[in-house]
Design a protein around this ligand. Structure first.
Ligand code: PHE
Length: 453
């Protein structure tokens, strides 16, 4: 374990952590979540969640991984032998996510190619479900559409190839290329989007604050949920990535950069998506509220329909949009996959190559199930379950364990303060020991009473 690999540079680590955080959730989840939960007013609970839970937990996970220098299971084990299972639980959730996240990245890859000729035709919904997802057979539609299988194989070959290369030569270099490329592509998309006819109406709908929602508990729960998923916290990822940091690393500063970097991208995505939705609403003559969508529906049904109507260079715009999904998705997928690769290496003392082959190979095979139409229902169910229960429950268990049961807050604070510029004060401890457990506990209570009673 002494020869644990390290990031080559501080920027390399920050880009990799930002790469994990910026994912499909930023682009297709945040805009609709913000819109549905008060628009401009949502920024209040959202910022509160970022400052009381997002960044404090990011600091906690950075500190845990850095201090104990292990994958999530090993880190938890080093804090206390009996708590190793929490690390494995997080790793297992990450494993499940990777089996379907990869499929969506593969769809985006296909759609980036379809964009050029708008292969999806005018009925984009029927194309997705009745044509594209039926085609496991390569080259079915006029030899142009390779089905889901080939892009899925490309996604896994890319991700596992990068992980084979290791932390510095693989993950770091990939993020150094992918993240700047993603930001440039996304800026081009947003600049084009805000200059579309109707964009202003979309932006007005997005930013118009509805303060009547501000006291609604569901809105606060939505804000915390978005922050957790978006920052990839409570998924073993940030612990794993920070275990590769060199001894002298400014953990607090890094956490602030990653937290604000991710939220800035999220805001940018909101502006881009709502400008485009405003355009769509102007074209079709229906209100913006009628065209708002999130997730698969937004990216693979609504966006292709909008691209059909796009004024000039629509192939290129479509390509850039789906390419941004691919880049955002790949960098997140790498981070999720690395959690179980690192877990296997630490636990069984096997080489990285073997861990990538076993762990990644198994995830790749399972992902094939999700790539069929039958698997689609399964994908929906898995995503719902992970989002609703995985995130809140794991987050709750993690903070309660670290703050209350193992009483690690002071140790981690001292460890972090020794090497960081910004000193952690009691605000940090209060966020971890009081605010986050109360919010997540409430969220769990609500989920259980809504779902089970
Ligand atoms: N944070 C990523 C996003 O916003 C998704 C993600 C979640 C990645 C959980 C890894 C683990 O899409």
């Amino acid at each position: 374990m002494e020869s644990r690999s390290n990031w080559g540079t501080r920027a390399g680590f920050i880009l990799a952590a930002v790469g994990s955080a910026i994912g499909l959730g930023n682009i297709w989840r945040f805009p609709a979540v913000a819109y549905e939960n008060g628009g401009g007013a949502f920024f209040i609970p959202y910022l509160f969640a970022l400052l009381t839970a997002g960044i404090p937990i990011l600091i906690m996970e950075f500190s845990m991984g850095h201090k104990h220098r292990g994958s999530a299971p090993l880190t938890f084990k080093r804090m206390n032998k009996k708590s190793e299972f929490v690390g494995w639980w997080a790793v297992l959730v990450a494993f499940v996510i990777s089996t379907y996240y990869s499929v969506i990245v593969a769809w985006a890859m296909s759609y980036s190619v379809f964009s050029f000729n708008q292969n999806w035709g005018s009925d984009t919904e029927s194309f997705l479900f009745n044509d594209y997802l039926q085609m496991v057979d390569p080259g079915q539609v006029g030899g142009i559409v390779p089905g889901v299988l080939i892009p899925l194989i490309i996604v896994w070959v890319l991700v596992l190839g990068i992980l084979f290369k290791g932390v510095k030569k693989g993950i770091e270099i990939a993020n150094r290329i992918f993240i700047p490329a993603l930001v440039i592509i996304f800026l081009i998309i947003v600049i084009r989007a805000v200059t579309l006819p109707g964009a202003l109406d979309g932006l007005q709908a997005f930013f118009a604050p509805d303060f009547s929602t501000i006291l609604d508990a569901d809105v606060w729960v939505a804000a915390y949920g978005q922050i957790f998923f978006s920052l990839s916290i409570a998924f073993a990822i940030m612990i794993t990535y920070s275990s590769y940091l060199p001894k002298k690393s400014d953990l607090t500063n890094n956490a602030f950069i990653v937290g604000f970097g991710n939220s800035s991208f999220e805001l940018l995505a909101g502006i881009g998506v709502f400008s485009v939705l405003g355009f769509m609403s102007a074209q079709s003559g229906v209100g913006v509220s009628e065209v708002v969508e999130s997730g698969v529906g937004l990216a693979f049904v609504v966006f292709p329909a909008i691209i059909n109507e796009f004024p000039g260079l629509n192939g290129l715009f479509g390509f850039l949009f789906f390419a941004s999904l691919v880049l955002a998705g790949l960098t997140s997928l790498m981070s999720i996959t690395e959690t179980y690769v690192a877990g296997l290496v630490d636990k069984f003392n096997i080489s990285r190559t073997k861990a990538v082959l076993f762990g990644g190979g198994l995830a790749a095979i399972i992902s094939l199930i999700f790539s069929t139409q039958g698997g689609l229902n399964f994908l929906d169910a898995a995503d719902y379950f992970i989002n609703q229960f995985g995130v809140a429950l794991l987050g709750l268990v993690e903070v309660v364990l670290v703050a209350w049961i193992l009483r690690q807050v002071k140790d981690l604070k001292d460890h972090t303060n020794e090497i960081s510029d910004i000193r952690l004060g009691s605000w940090w401890a209060i966020c971890l020991t009081v605010i986050t457990p109360i919010v997540l506990g409430f969220q769990m209570y609500q989920l259980l009473t809504q779902n089970l009673l």
